[in-house]
Design a protein around this ligand. Structure first.
Ligand SMILES: Cc1ncc(C[n+]2csc(CCOP(=O)(O)OP(=O)(O)O)c2C)c(N)n1
Ligand SMILES: [Mg+2]
Length: 319
């Protein structure tokens, strides 16, 4: 087989045009498998009463965060939203500290006080207010630019967040000031229970191009396709020193949070054909997939078991 270097990702050796080597295929699958297993366990745990608040799972959308964050640098700054667990685990976050946070334990990512939607670790931040974190991400991109670090900011938003005005202020300033920020729009076709055609007029790409922001748009749940587009978009932001957009049309398999889902059984069955794990599994052996599942189950089991045994934070700032 011919070994070629991908122009857009000079750091990695690839087999064939833009197809990662087998170990990368397995790595991507293992990360998606971990997210899936964690979220399935999370939904199951809610019925036991051990968790507080609500939760928004990433099941079905795993290819987005895994493909994208496999194309970024460790020091880049990632801003997430209410649907943050998948983003966090794709970033390389630890399942145990996440589980502890969801259970409100003092060993959680932010001491058990942030819960499901407000987490932080290293250069990863999330906020549950739709669009609320976007100007913060633009500000951080500006800081990285001024400090000349070469790092970029990445901010995830959903299709329903296209209705938030603060997004457009951020797009405007990012374009005018040539900020190193990548806006990642995950269109899972719904904002809670509102279908996208009832909430979004015009085109999605038009919202970025109106501000002169170059945008990649992919209708795919194939992690390699997401990764490929991400490499291109990230390269423009980092090397070209300008903002970019990445629109990823995807599917959420579970309810918006825990039970709110207006979709018919037929629609749910139809979108299951786009399962990113099934697509990526075809590039692996059955044994590799089985081992990835065992590994993910063990990590998740260990995370929830340890977290459950941990103490709650104490009042008055301790813990
Ligand atoms: C400003 C604001 N309004 C309403 C909510 C309640 N809310 C949480 S998620 C959500 C829908 C978000 O839809 P979308 O942006 O498409 O993201 P998705 O949930 O599909 O990932 C709503 C209405 C919120 N968190 N913030
Ligand atoms: Mg949505």
């Amino acid at each position: 087989m011919r070994i070629v270097k991908c122009i857009l990702d000079p750091g990695s050796v690839r087999v064939g045009y833009n197809i990662p080597v087998m170990e990368e295929n397995l790595t991507l699958y293992r990360r998606m498998r971990l997210i899936r297993s964690f979220e399935e366990r999370l939904l199951a745990e809610f019925s036991t009463g051990k968790l507080f608040g609500t939760t928004h799972t990433y099941i079905g959308q795993e290819a987005d965060a895994v493909g994208l964050l496999s194309a970024t640098d460790p020091e880049d700054v990632v801003f997430s939203n209410h649907r943050c667990h998948g983003h966090f685990l794709a970033y390389g976050g630890d399942a145990y500290h996440l589980a502890a946070e969801l259970m409100g334990r003092s060993t959680g990512l932010v001491g058990g006080r942030g819960g499901s939607q407000h987490i932080h670790w290293r250069n990863f931040y999330s906020n549950g207010i739709q669009g609320g974190i976007v100007p913060v991400a633009a500000g951080m991109a500006m800081a990285e630019k001024i400090k000349k670090t070469g790092n970029i900011a990445i901010v995830f938003i959903g299709d329903g967040t296209l209705g938030e005005g603060t997004l457009y202020e951020s797009l405007n300033m990012s374009s005018l000031w040539k900020l190193p920020i990548l806006f990642v729009l995950e269109d899972n076709h719904y904002a809670q229970t509102t279908p996208v055609e009832k909430g979004v007029a015009g085109t999605m790409v038009g919202r970025f191009s109106a501000f002169g922001i170059t945008t990649w748009e992919r209708d795919t749940t194939d992690v390699l396709e997401v990764r490929s587009a991400s490499h291109e978009a990230v390269a423009l932001v980092r090397v070209g020193s300008e903002p970019a957009g990445l629109i990823l049309h995807t599917h959420r398999f579970s309810a918006h949070s825990k039970g709110d889902d207006p979709r018919t059984p037929e629609e749910l069955a139809r979108i299951r054909q786009f399962d990113p794990l099934t697509i990526q599994a075809k590039r692996l052996t059955a044994d590799e997939c089985a081992r990835a599942e065992v590994e993910a189950t063990e990590i998740v089991e260990d995370a929830f078991r340890r977290a459950e045994a941990d103490p709650f934070p104490t009042l008055g700032g301790g813990g």
